[in-house]
Design a protein around this ligand. Structure first.
Ligand SMILES: Nc1ncnc2c1ncn2[C@@H]1O[C@H](COP(=O)(O)OP(=O)(O)OP(=O)(O)O)[C@@H](O)[C@H]1O
Length: 272
């Protein structure tokens, strides 16, 4: 099993006491659209406890991506706070935020965003390469980077041990998304944030990626936030948060005995 020690390379020290890896307090995000102001997020507060697998649902335009981007430090809140591992990320300057994001926030996108010229293994190692902790040419002059056993474990967890040397164009969509999940995990971040991770996958690959995310949360205690509009995908999560017009209107636990159907009904009820 993949067993990085949690928080081994923090970019900055946590400066506020809170045991939850992710806390959003009264977040407001406004956008200008011509002479109109849109409140993409309108006072959202959310705490995500360690080991939670949270699905964020909502209609198109309800603020899901904006919330995820805020959690990822890709955009800043106009009001309120985002605390990752106790660190108010709005207080970090650009340089510290870049390092903090690289170490503490793992991002997974719908379109995988892999580097086409790198192998699966090299794509996974990319965040460590950026830190100068892994070598781009791992076959070159016998350099040992100390990450070999970690990467072995990770490739096995991801079911990619036979695909380590393959480039993205030689892998299925599901395998590419597994590589992207590996890249998100390699720095042992506080949270994994996934924006519609199954959006480009067929049903078989979608199921395997959902099962992987659920396993990472259940077996390894990973904290995961996933945006999705699919009840069948959200059903793999342990909790669901529902946004409507930039507001958090509902949060509930999923029920493994009832699956997607009951979840869909509960979701529809909360956005009525
Ligand atoms: N960069 C931007 N400039 C202007 N308006 C924006 C911008 N980003 C988002 N918005 C607006 O903010 C609101 C929330 O958008 P957001 O993309 O977060 O919704 P969403 O729930 O992720 O939608 P979808 O499911 O369609 O991706 C929408 O009204 C959108 O038009």
């Amino acid at each position: 099993m993949f067993t990085f020690s949690r928080g081994s390379t923090p970019a900055v020290e946590p400066n506020e006491a809170n045991s939850s890896p992710l806390v959003i307090k009264d977040a407001v995000k406004r956008f200008r659209q011509g002479d109109r102001e849109v409140r993409a997020l309108d006072g959202v507060s959310l705490e995500v406890r360690s080991g939670t697998f949270l699905a964020v649902m909502g209609a198109s335009g309800s603020g899901k991506s904006t919330l995820l981007h805020l959690m990822a430090g890709l955009t800043t809140a106009d009001e309120g706070q985002v605390l990752v591992n106790g660190q108010d990320i709005g207080k970090l300057d650009d340089k510290k935020l870049t390092l903090f994001r690289r170490h503490q926030i793992g991002l997974v996108f719908q379109s995988f965003n892999l580097i086409p010229t790198l192998s699966a293994e090299e794509n996974i190692l990319l965040p460590l390469m950026l830190d100068g902790k892994a070598f781009a040419n791992r076959k070159g002059n016998g350099a040992s980077n100390g990450h070999d056993s970690r990467v072995e474990d990770l490739l096995r967890t991801l079911g990619l041990d036979k695909r380590r040397g393959h480039r993205p164009d030689a892998m299925s969509g599901g395998e590419q998304q597994r590589v992207a999940i590996g890249r998100a995990l390699v720095t042992d971040p506080a949270v994994i944030l996934a924006d519609e991770p199954t959006g480009n996958l067929d049903s078989v690959n979608s199921r395997s990626v959902c099962e992987l995310l659920r396993d990472l949360s259940v077996r390894q205690g990973r904290t995961i936030v996933m945006v999705t509009h699919e009840p069948t995908v959200a059903a793999y999560a342990s909790e669901v948060a529902v946004l409507k017009d930039g507001k958090l209107v509902s949060r509930f636990n999923t029920d493994p005995d009832h699956g997607a159907e009951k979840l869909a009904a509960r979701y529809q009820e909360s956005i009525r």
